[in-house]
Design a protein around this ligand. Sequence first.
Ligand SMILES: CC(=O)N[C@H]1[C@@H](OP(=O)(O)OP(=O)(O)OC[C@H]2O[C@@H](n3ccc(=O)[nH]c3=O)[C@H](O)[C@@H]2O)O[C@H](CO)[C@@H](O)[C@@H]1O[C@H](C)C(=O)N[C@@H](C)C(=O)N[C@H](CCC(=O)O)C(=O)O
Length: 483
Amino acid sequence: MKLSLLLSQLGLSAHPEADPEVSAVTHNSSWVKPGAVFVAVRGLKTDGHKFIPQALEKGAVAIVGEGFEGDLPVPYIKVEHARHALADFACVLQGHPSRALTVVGITGTDGKSTTSWITYHLLQSAGKPSGLLSTVGYRTPDGVLHHFPQHLTTPDSPEIQSLLRELLDAGATHCVLETSSHALELDRVRGVEYGVGIFTNLTPEHLDFHGDMEGYFQAKRKLIDRSRFAVLNQDDPYARRLTDHPSHTTFGFSAEAQWRATNLQEEASGLNFTVVSPAGTFDVVLPMIGQFNVLNALAAMATAHHLGLSIPELQKGLASFQGIPGRMQLLSSHPRVMVDFAHTPPSLEKALEVLRPSTTGKLWVVVGSAGGNRDPLKRAPLGEVASRLSDQAIFTEEDCRDTPIQEILQEMERGASSTGNQNYRSIADRRTAIQEAIHQAGPEDTVLLAGKGPEDTLERASETLPWDEVAEALQALGTRKPS
Ligand SMILES: CC(=O)N[C@H]1[C@@H](OP(=O)(O)OP(=O)(O)OC[C@H]2O[C@@H](n3ccc(=O)[nH]c3=O)[C@H](O)[C@@H]2O)O[C@H](CO)[C@@H](O)[C@@H]1O[C@H](C)C(=O)N[C@@H](C)C(=O)N[C@H](CCC(=O)O)C(=O)O
């Protein structure tokens, strides 16, 4: 697309001297390819304008920014808000794909990924070709799971728009988009038109970025404010604040919820419950453990029903759901070894509480807390939860980045010591920690490997190492002495 056409579609005036062909847009100078527009974003850490020389060297044909003094060999387009421009350019270059898709956005602290995956599975199994963009990766209507180049729940706007375009071109009619509060705050999803917005819940997380709970809530509510239909957790006080949405439904265990679960029975093979809803009263089977998954399933069913699925389609889809890689993923039975992404105190608490009733031996947990700019306040609470709810906790590394591992482990141990239990120790190397737990566990024990889930790297000081938690666990199981 010619730069002049792109600018005119955005209501910006064309540059008088040059009109290059534009093939892409990016905010990262190292991702520039010949033909790209580079948008210089004033970030939280640095100013993208500093990287204009690198962008030019790599073939940028125009630069967009909020103000730049000096001469450039390519057009410079001054805008008021660079992140807005980044998203707007991406939408126009990809032809606004979300307008041709029904996009379901899911936000909340917990349950985003599970709800996203169940919703995607319900739609797919009812014959609605769908895409899925989630922390775990993105999935095309053929069911193939791809990994994002960046480790983000919701990628930056150029990636979102090009993935939506890819899904549309692959025949998708629907797309489920896990939408983080960072993405909402940093305008990564600007221009995405949401048919449905789901709000799962809100508990303290990312407060280093959002400042306080109110800031966190205000970021998340942006999804609901811009969705044509809202699906809200009646049991969550923050979600209840959004029930002034003109077109919404609610889900939960409480009697006021429009989609609610009763007669809940948890068995080794999964959950059975009765759904009472405006669509009717019906029984469902969900092959997942953990009662909190009932809420995720209710949100997904309320959404899918709004999008036209019948009760038999909901029942059939739920019964055939196979779970999510790295989310309570069962690797062996004796000992029972599970891999789960739980990396916040509330999610670790839930995971351990879920495993306790069906654990006849000891309950082990191997867990770390991220370093760098990630919330340091959660380290001690993670240690406290691990010690309080397991029989044996091993603290280890989890993406330490530039924070010394001993500093993180000391914080976790400080939290654990508040329980008065003597059931914890630290092993800095994650591979050794996993081996230790799996080799020492008895056949009736459960070992929860928490925090990494499906991630494929481990960030240690300046190194980014390839990492496969499942492969590490299987390796440790393979070298276990027979009991
Ligand atoms: C804290 C946060 O969200 N930061 C985001 C923010 O970065 P920033 O403003 O700090 O950028 P910066 O480092 O100051 O750089 C400014 C600009 O210079 C550019 N630059 C920088 C260096 C260079 O060599 N060349 C270059 O062009 C950068 O690309 C950027 O555009 O804006 C960038 C562009 O939009 C994002 O990529 C970046 O996400 C970083 C990678 C990140 O790790 N974010 C995490 C915290 C995140 O978003 N997590 C959420 C939550 C997950 C959950 O729910 O748990 C997620 O959606 O994944």
